[in-house]
Design a protein around this ligand. Structure first.
Ligand code: AMP
Length: 467
């Protein structure tokens, strides 16, 4: 197959790394890609906002499958446009991507389907929103509707802070004035990321992960796109995973199907595990970044057939896991075999005999933990410079169990230069989170990049639990 990945971050590098290993992938492209992705795929300079250009490229290169990494093109309807042009694309339609694109849509869907989530109200004007905040008291959470690259949420500790957030969002503090905000109850518990693969009808659990959003050690400082992650999330026991599937994911997939917007793609649930059970904080309509990096390290099965089955609506007929049951096969041979036999006799009744469907699709995973450390340019998430030199990557990649995904790099006559805020995802697998953590930091210490930094405590909660 000829496969095109859309995106340019560490998530897309991890997807490219995994898909390049598939016997099904003949030729892999990534648009626009980065210097690390260029080792796995041919990078092409396409503007993802220009759907016509993407379609023309797919037609010229006979692309069999497009895998969309980030949310912006999904919410802009790139899957609808590709499919309308006869090109298979993995990811939700524009209509289904509202699960990430509109917080109000998702909250109403939860309410209508009794999916556990924080109590909330939607507001189109500041005065009513402030009245509500004063009535409810703090802490309280203020969210702008629409995509805001992770900046549209304020967890306010005081009523004054919440009122300031309301004014900021309605007056254009996030770039443009919010047309609507959601105000919700502040949930207390431990956060976890949960991923499921959906084909419109069937949802299959992938793996869980936890990420570190704050820039500084000890989970301090401003929020970022994510400074590191590990998988599995120790809080996600088999019972908790089942509750999330039963109480959150399955009802969502059923509701989307019922409203004529079947959800296909990866459904990423941001959860708060509270005393009373899992609550949905938010949905994302794609793999997380950096969670995808640890998921791909742990996935043993081939990813390509799974993405295809999701796109084709065939997840329920698909299985990569092994049943514990015994199996037996009986060979039916032509009369005369192993001596002389005739060919061409008619066989009937096969359809009636083969009535079983493989209902439980599942992917196989390494039992190992995986962890990723984000290396960012000094100054991130504030102002930072691009173009600084990174050395020592090959030596770092030699540490056992280590894989380095590029999130924002550029190649310049054989040298690797920083080209973004989050620049590298130094990732490792290990028997335990602690071992994965030790390996990842051993690799970090081999990287010579004076203009970069990382947190030194990624995975601390999980390591504490293990010891
Ligand atoms: P989001 O951008 O929606 O992922 O939200 C960013 C972060 O805000 C989440 O990861 C949570 O830490 C926090 N958050 C969002 N909603 C709530 C809530 N209802 N209660 C507590 N924390 C929340």
């Amino acid at each position: 197959m000829n496969i095109l990945i859309l995106g340019s971050g560490g998530r897309e590098h991890a997807l490219a790394w995994k898909m390049a290993a598939s016997p099904l992938s003949e030729k892999l492209y990534c648009a626009p890609g980065n210097a690390g992705i260029a080792r796995e795929a041919e990078c092409v300079a396409l503007d993802l906002a220009d759907h016509k250009a993407v379609i023309a490229f797919c037609q010229a290169k006979k692309i069999d499958l497009v895998v969309v990494g980030p949310e912006v093109p999904l919410c802009a309807g790139i899957v609808d446009d590709l499919e309308a042009a006869g090109i298979k694309a993995f990811g939700p339609s524009k209509w289904a991507a509202r699960l990430e694109g509109s917080k109000g849509f998702t909250k109403d869907l939860c309410k209508a389907n009794k999916i556990p989530t924080a109590a909330y109200e939607r507001f189109k004007a500041a005065a009513a929103a402030k009245d509500y905040v004063r009535k409810k008291g703090a802490p309280i959470v203020v969210k702008a509707d629409g995509l805001a690259a992770g900046k549209g949420v304020v967890v306010a500790e005081t009523v004054a802070e919440a009122e300031a957030a309301i004014d900021m969002m309605f007056s254009g503090g996030l770039g443009q004035p919010a047309w609507e905000i959601v105000i919700e109850e502040c949930l207390v518990g431990e956060e976890a990321s949960f991923f499921a693969l959906c084909d419109g009808e069937t949802a299959v659990q992938l793996a869980s992960a936890q990420d570190h959003k704050r820039v500084g050690d000890g989970d301090n400082g401003p929020n970022t796109g994510g400074m590191g992650a590990y998988s599995p999330a120790p809080i996600m026991t088999p019972e908790m995973n089942q509750r999330v599937m039963d109480e959150i994911i399955q009802p969502t997939v059923r509701a989307m199907q019922a409203m004529g917007a079947p959800y296909k793609g990866v459904l990423f649930a941001g959860l708060m595990i509270t005393k009373s059970g899992p609550q949905l904080i938010e949905y994302n309509v794609r793999f997380g970044d950096p969670e995808c990096q640890v998921l791909m390290l742990r996935l043993m099965s081939d990813l390509v057939p799974a993405l295809l089955a999701a796109r084709d609506g065939q997840l329920k007929n698909f299985d990569l896991r092994w049943y514990p049951d015994a199996a037996l096969t009986v060979v039916m041979a032509a009369k005369g075999y192993p001596g002389n036999y005739a060919k061409g006799s008619l066989i009937e009744g096969l359809d009636a005999a083969a009535d079983g469907q493989l209902k439980n699709f599942d992917l196989r995973w390494y039992p190992d933990a995986a962890l990723t450390v984000v290396m960012a340019a000094k100054g991130y998430p504030g102002n930072y410079a691009k173009g600084s030199l990174i050395e020592g990557l090959d030596a770092a990649a030699q540490v056992e169990g280590v894989e380095i995904f590029h999130a924002g790099t550029k190649a310049d006559s054989g040298r690797i230069l920083a080209n973004g805020g989050r620049v590298l995802n130094v990732s490792a697998r290990g028997k335990t989170v602690r071992e994965a953590q030790q390996r990842a930091y051993a690799a970090v210490d081999r990287i010579k990049w004076p203009d970069g930094f990382c947190r030194r405590d990624i995975g601390w909660q999980a390591v504490k639990r293990e010891t």
